[in-house]
Design a protein around this ligand. Structure first.
Ligand code: XMP
Length: 506
């Protein structure tokens, strides 16, 4: 429906999220790869960019198939780009044009600014300014510092704004996008979780026919929602594999497996704990641990996938942030994250790949899951790393250490749930430190392990801060752990943010 052309702005994905919050489907494409089906889009949005239009290596896409033909909204760099190449003038600004600003003038009677009034707060982030509007342009809005904060081109459905409507600090940003997309471009708000499920299931049916699909379940939200969609489309032809690597949370393998079975999924639980633990024996280096776990997982999964005769497809829970082609800020080169290069791969990875969630953001995956009546507890589950407790046991891994950490982790996580703190935390867990310390229990001297508790708030795991958990909760949890878990006599709470620390300790 809507094409977002990315010029490398850090906010491009936010534009997509805001558009989708209006229940309108959109796709992000890099500026130098305008899709051939551009005429099929009902509206186009140009993103901001870290470049200056005056720089030689700045993005200069050919918009001749877009401008004047499709309703166009140019944001920040986009607005400057239109001005610079269509008879206007863009020059370095000598005023501070970062952060908060307020609209001091809005032209009367413009659909684009309907329901937005003077004084509305907008968010600026640019160092150039539009000195002269392009040919045929009419000024629509100003801020106290920026005369040409918004304009339109007469005779076209082309609108340009210097501020960022996609950030929350632009108070009426969503209203503005709604004005542009719904009132001007006449798009309908019909892309809902329900409609997504319906159309995806139809597409999957058509694509897969009677083929068999193999899918690895992890217990996480993405793989589960992907499995449920595939199951709706092809039923028993979806073969799920859920591997116990022995590094899951306490009881998780059995309880999650039961949950999957209860959902009607055709799932095989494979307990390969012993195989993983023996591959990990004596390994202390975090990256070596990850490699060993990855290798054994592939072996186990490949063995299992082979037992499913005639499997044609590999189902994956890949989501949109993993597949968006991003525009590099160090030059208009492109980095693509792709896990699907064939050759030298195990057999199952040579299967064709089907990824029903590849156009969804994480919060949309949750909404789609909710619209299919998935258990809210499952949808709200904290992220858990693939290598599991292996990277939360610093140093080498033994069965005994896994047992200790599982007990500690369970007390912590259950405590969070019982105290209604779980949903206020993005991710939490316990870490077993390779540190023994002296303690006293009863009249006895102890010399036992130390565990750290970690709870962070975050939106995407890229940055995070520790959560200010109530002292009383920490106190109770510490008591429970030390009294309840043999082998632990000291508990500490991690109060480091990311950066400079990371969420996991390894
Ligand atoms: P860090 O420790 O890098 O973690 O701040 C960020 C997020 O990534 C998770 N994480 C992993 N997930 N395999 C995974 O699947 C890994 O090797 C891995 N290492 C870290 C971590 O739990 C957090 O959510």
């Amino acid at each position: 429906n809507v094409l977002i052309l990315d010029f490398g702005s850090q906010y491009t994905q936010l534009i997509a999220r805001r558009v989708r919050e209006l229940n309108i489907y959109c796709e992000i494409h890099p500026f130098h790869k305008i899709p051939e089906y551009v005429a099929d889009f009902k509206a186009v949005i140009l993103s901001g960019s870290p470049f200056s239009v005056r720089a030689e290596d700045a993005p200069h896409p050919d918009l001749s198939e877009i401008r004047g033909k499709v309703p166009l909204l140019a944001v920040c760099y986009g607005a400057q780009y239109l001005a610079h190449f269509s008879g206007g003038e863009v020059a370095p600004s000598n005023l501070r044009e970062y952060g908060r600003a307020n609209l001091s003038f809005i032209k009367d009677g413009e659909l684009f600014f309907e329901n937005i009034t003077e004084g509305s707060q907008v968010w600026m982030s640019h160092s150039d300014t539009i000195k002269e509007l392009p040919t045929g342009a009419i000024r629509l809005a100003s801020t106290y510092d920026v005369l040409n904060a918004a304009y339109k081109i007469e005779g076209e459905e082309t609108y340009a704004i210097q501020f960022h409507p996609e950030v929350y600090h632009s108070t009426d940003g969503k209203q503005l996008l709604e004005n542009f997309l719904i009132k001007i471009a006449k798009l309908e708000s019909d892309w809902t979780p329900d409609s997504f499920v319906e159309s995806t299931v139809d597409e999957l049916k058509a694509k897969l026919g009677n083929d068999k699909v193999v899918l690895g379940l992890s217990g996480g939200v993405d793989s589960t929602v992907a499995a449920v969609l595939l199951h709706k489309a092809i039923g028993e032809n979806l073969h799920c594999i859920f591997v116990n690597n022995g590094l899951l949370r306490k009881n998780e393998f059995h309880s999650v497996l039961q949950q999957y079975e209860g959902m009607g999924l055709n799932v095989k639980g494979v307990d390969a704990s012993a195989r993983f633990l023996s591959a990990l024996a004596g390994i202390s280096d975090p990256e070596e641990k990850r490699k060993a776990i990855g290798r054994v997982f592939i072996e186990v999964f490949d063995d299992e996938a082979h037992q499913i005769e005639d499997a044609k497809w590999l189902g994956q829970g890949t989501i949109y942030p993993d597949v968006i082609e991003s525009v590099s800020v160090n030059g208009p080169s492109v980095t693509i994250k792709s896990h699907h290069n064939v050759g030298g791969l195990p057999d199952f990875m040579k299967l064709k790949v089907v990824e029903p969630l590849r156009m969804l953001f994480k919060d949309e995956v949750r909404r789609v899951g909710a619209s299919m009546d998935l258990d809210p507890e499952l949808l709200g589950r904290h992220p858990f790393p693939g290598p599991g407790l292996a990277i939360r046991i610093l140093g080498d891994i033994t069965e005994e250490k896994v047992r200790i950490l599982q007990e500690v982790d369970a007390i912590f996580i259950n405590g969070l749930k019982e105290n209604n703190l779980y949903d206020q935390v993005w991710q939490a867990g316990a870490i077993l430190l390779p540190v023994q310390s002296v303690g006293v229990m009863g009249d006895e001297r102890t010399y036992e392990n130390c565990v750290a508790l970690r709870a962070v708030e975050s939106t995407d795991g890229m940055t995070a801060d520790w959560v200010n958990l109530p002292y009383e909760f920490l106190q109770k949890t510490s008591n429970k752990i030390i009294n309840g878990v043999k082998g632990v006599n000291r508990v500490v709470y991690d109060i480091s943010s990311k950066p400079p620390a990371t969420i996991e300790w390894e």
